[in-house]
Design a protein around this ligand. Sequence first.
Ligand code: 16G
Ligand code: ZN
Length: 563
Amino acid sequence: KEQRRRLLDVASRFPLPSGCRFSYGTAGFRADGATMAPAVCRAGILAALRSVKLAGAAVGIVITASHNPVGDNGVKIADPDGGMMAQHWEPFADALANAPDPDALLQLVLQFVKDEGIPLGGHHTAQVLLGRDTRPTGEYLLDAALQGINAIVGAHAIDMGILTTPQLHWMVRNKNKGIKASESDYFTQLIDSFRRMLELVPKDKGGDELAKKLIVDGANGIGGVKLEQIKAELSGIDIIVRNSGKEGEGILNHMCGADFVQKERVTHHGFSPEDVGVRCASLDGDADRLVYFCVSSASENKVDLVDGDKILSLFALFIREQLDIINNSGSQVNKSLPARLGIVQTAYANGASTQFLKNLGLEVVFTPTGVKYLHKKALEYDIGIYFEANGHGTVVFSEEFLSQLDSLSNELSSETANGSAQYHAAMRLMAASQLINQAVGDALSGLLLVEAILQYKGWSFQNWCELYSDLPSRQLKVKVIDRSSIVTTDSETKVSQPSSLQESIDKETGKHQLNRMHCNTNYTHGRCFVRPSGTEDVVRVYAEASTQVEADSLARSVAHHVE
Ligand code: 16G
Ligand code: ZN
């Protein structure tokens, strides 16, 4: 009775405006922030139910619209392991968000509770941790989420404050593991593991002063704010934050941020000719994406970009190197550490990066776009490294691998080998696993791992950039009447419906030969695919070819077939 009353009550407090339709999409509900309260309230109900279902384990809610404009907002739910909410709850999320009136909402909840066997009405408890970014609608939406959570009897909400998205995912994960989960624990872990990484840099490497200077574009979001808080404690790098979100610095994600520089390839608001040649990093509005760049020409405000694919390549090289040192060092201590290393990319990965990774002998697999697919795939390996070209990614280590690594390090440290290359390599992997966020892609922890690896290798930005050259590519958006009429298969690389569309794409790509001499890939034609966006009402077209002119023309001609 009480439960029913609360649900009817809260639903009537947040009526759904007519004509509104929410879809959980690739990364939760997103819309104009001012219209989001009903969906966020219902996400609160959903998160509390999820926690009840999982025996009271903590679940997370993040209120953010990531790299989207400041007026937008969104909400997504983190599962107890810190990853994205299990996909089979998404249809219920959609139905709940779109329930037209309080009665319909109540009936939906009761039916779902029955179907899923959620022990509502018993002596259950539920816990939901909440975080939000710096958007002006954040506080108001947080209140809507709290009301939703409190509509479930026994549910307990904990507001963690203004956070990066990955911080909240990390907190949920740690809380459920029964380990320290506060923000200061998060910072301590980053700072300590970064320091340990630097202590393990070979003595002959340590760079000059320029190499230590790093300019970070905070997208006027939460990432820059957090970095400002800890940068004094990060010895070994000298961080300058631009677009930090402070009064007068600019608008969230406007002409700045990781999405902007990755798509536009020009300098941000806040950067000037004086920055030519300096290593720069760019975060997105909620700090779960990271790319690097360097202003290459003062006059044309051009940048050299290091995207997610190249960050992935750097991580893969580093980890492979440490595994090789451990397993083939030929040192006096003959201990090995078998590890399945897997690389996960999407169709957007630049073909040159895939070829580079395969040439290293690494196993590369593909999934559809969206962190929930990549992360899940990466968990199948002892060490799984995944990145989207747009800069979202991380490295995940299996529990089993970490415990083997731990016992190996213990053995090595107690023998005469504690000064050995093998021991150092094991310690580096251990520190990296502490530094890099295990729950989800995290721009702050990713940035620190990049910085530590560059110092370890004694590499400049240019050395890193020259790992391989990106194939010229082009992305276009096409507006269509119904984007769901396009269905893709093979990790979005092929269109299955309408089948005539794939035939046209094949014909067009056949016309754009990729010059084998020019780029080191094992395919000779251009590459092009189309997919309906999961976050915008458009179909996206991606093309790659041996010249920019050809990539542009391939993308354009395929876009015509989509229209
Ligand atoms: C979301 C996804 C991101 C993906 C993007 C694709 C998460 C946390 N974020 O931002 O991974 O690259 O959507 O957008 O999963 P699109 O479907 O509009 O191309
Ligand atoms: Zn983001």
